[in-house]
Design a protein around this ligand. Structure first.
Ligand code: P53
Length: 476
């Protein structure tokens, strides 16, 4: 059915999303301690993670785009685009520099007060990721990251501190960014150094269990401290297809998808699903749990499901899952084009995933990451004509409108990297997502000057028309 009008509700939230470590810089300013991101060269996902900050080496997070000092200018541009939503993370090691202190760092807390006030001044709702690939380094080196149950206590203290402080400023919270990426990137997602080995899977599930308990405690604290606000979970849920209609392909793709949905199953339905018994048996997983874990997980489920969606992947039975930056990639889908980074462009996959998730959970969905990362070229007229980005976003937004028509409850859309930031995958600046260009290269050279791309005006028009311009053509 072709629609000529958009289905976005009046209160649909429009905006963008970043992560603190990919944007803020100021990695050791005002009492901040180092995070796991601050020791990564070449990206938190596929780069090299040093034990400590080594002098003379280039770490992209240390300056990033200096959002810490330039947020006023950047927020003003988000406001110009008409944002009503802005997702960022609270850099844990600004608040608890080592992670295990009993008292927070006031200067770190003050920064987020200022940032949130600045957003609210323009009517932009801040949305917070509590932990986005930036656990305090000390918790990784001294405690072994989330494999250690002690992190539950440190995380709860962090949550309690920021909930109390920002409860009147932040309505929507998410516990762990892309928690289902524990399997692919346990260091980024869980601050654990888990190499290949016979007990790899067991260790990952143990760390995940500890995170589930921490998630449930965060939901509980949230309800106690800020009953009108909501704590949700966040997963990487790009689409996943069988390569052919061969039943082996179909079933194996289904099984692999469940390895991801397992995370939302636990956090939204409140228990370990039956299908995991067999997986745990296969990998000899015997979880260390404590009395009360089960009840906490059961009684404190998340209020919404937030997710990132960039692409789709296809799976052929028997194939190992390819863990590359950008996620699982499988084999080429002949029906789809790819970005120059090899990510298959699949707008309809987003409609598919919205339906898949809403069918399964019947809880509100939040699209908190979606975007097109590629190399931008400054044209002769000094501007960036990113028609490819406009095309990508337009097609994905139209599919969200379709999903809304299908009956899915989608609360908002936060475009990933509305301003160019450091790539989590590669640590590059060259892989750009922004509607706003930042003058900086992979080696850290550049003036950091901001510049509007063509997509800036385009997105502004989409928001101003509440999605109507997607269908009428607008100026583009
Ligand atoms: P970059 C894999 C699959 C989906 C999302 O990635 C992923 C990943 C890891 O790359 O990560 C999210 O910067 C993540 C962000 C990240 C964004 O995707 O490699 O939450 O921190 O920047 C885009 O292009």
């Amino acid at each position: 059915m072709n629609r000529s009008r958009s289905a976005f509700p009046k209160d649909f939230l429009w905006g963008g999303a970043i992560a603190a470590n990919q944007a803020e810089g100021a990695w050791d300013a005002d009492g901040k301690g180092p995070s796991i991101a601050d020791v990564c060269r070449g990206g938190i996902i596929s780069g090299v993670a040093d034990e400590r900050v080594e002098p003379g080496k280039y770490y992209p997070s240390h300056e990033a785009i200096d959002f810490y000092h330039r947020y006023q200018e950047d927020v003003a541009m988000f406001a110009e685009m008409g944002f009503t939503l802005f997702r960022t993370s609270i850099n844990w090691s600004r608040i608890f520099p080592k992670g295990d202190e009993s008292e927070p760092n006031e200067a770190g807390l003050a920064f987020y007060d200022n940032l949130f006030d600045e957003l609210l001044k323009y009517g932009i709702q801040p949305m917070v990721t509590i932990s986005h690939y930036e656990t305090p380094l000390h918790l990784a080196t001294e405690y072994g990251g989330w494999e250690n149950r002690k992190l539950i206590g440190f995380f709860s203290r962090f949550c309690e501190t920021i909930f109390k402080r920002y409860k009147d400023k932040v309505k929507y919270w998410m516990t762990f960014n892309e928690i289902n990426n524990m399997h692919k990137i346990p260091f980024a997602a869980g601050a654990c150094r888990i190499d290949e080995g016979p007990d790899k899977v067991r260790r990952i599930y143990q760390a995940s269990h500890n995170m589930f308990v921490a998630n449930a405690k965060a939901v509980k604290l949230g309800k106690e401290i800020m009953p009108d606000n909501q704590v949700g979970c966040m997963l990487s849920l790009s689409a996943f297809y069988p390569n052919t209609c061969h039943p082996d392909d179909v079933f194996e793709a289904y099984e692999f998808r469940r390895r991801s949905l397992f995370y939302s199953d636990v956090m939204l339905r409140g228990h370990y699903p039956a299908y995991m018994n067999r997986v745990f048996e296969e990998f000899d997983v015997h979880l260390n749990t404590e009395p009360g874990d089960k009840e906490l997980i059961r009684d404190h489920t998340c209020a919404f499901l937030a997710f990132s969606y960039y692409m789709s992947s296809t799976h052929k039975a028997g194939m190992p899952i390819q863990g590359t930056t950008g996620g699982v990639r499988g084999i080429d889908n002949p029906y789809l084009e790819k970005s120059s980074y090899g990510w298959a462009i699949d707008p309809k996959g987003l409609r598919y995933v919205c339906n898949e998730l809403y069918d399964r959970y019947e809880k509100p969905l939040f699209i908190v990451e979606n975007g097109f990362g590629d190399v931008d070229v400054i044209a002769e007229d000094g501007k960036i004509h990113d028609a490819y980005r406009i095309d990508y976003v337009r097609r994905h937004l139209i599919e969200i409108s379709e999903a809304l028509e299908d009956g899915c409850e989608v609360l908002g859309y936060a475009y990933w990297g509305p301003i160019d930031i450091v790539s989590a995958g590669t640590g590059e600046m060259r892989k750009r997502y922004g509607f706003i260009y930042v003058d900086k290269d992979n080696e850290g050279n550049g003036t950091l000057k901001r510049m509007r791309k063509d997509s800036f005006d385009w997105y502004k028009e989409v928001i101003a028309s509440n999605g109507e311009s997607l269908f009428t053509g607008g100026r583009y």
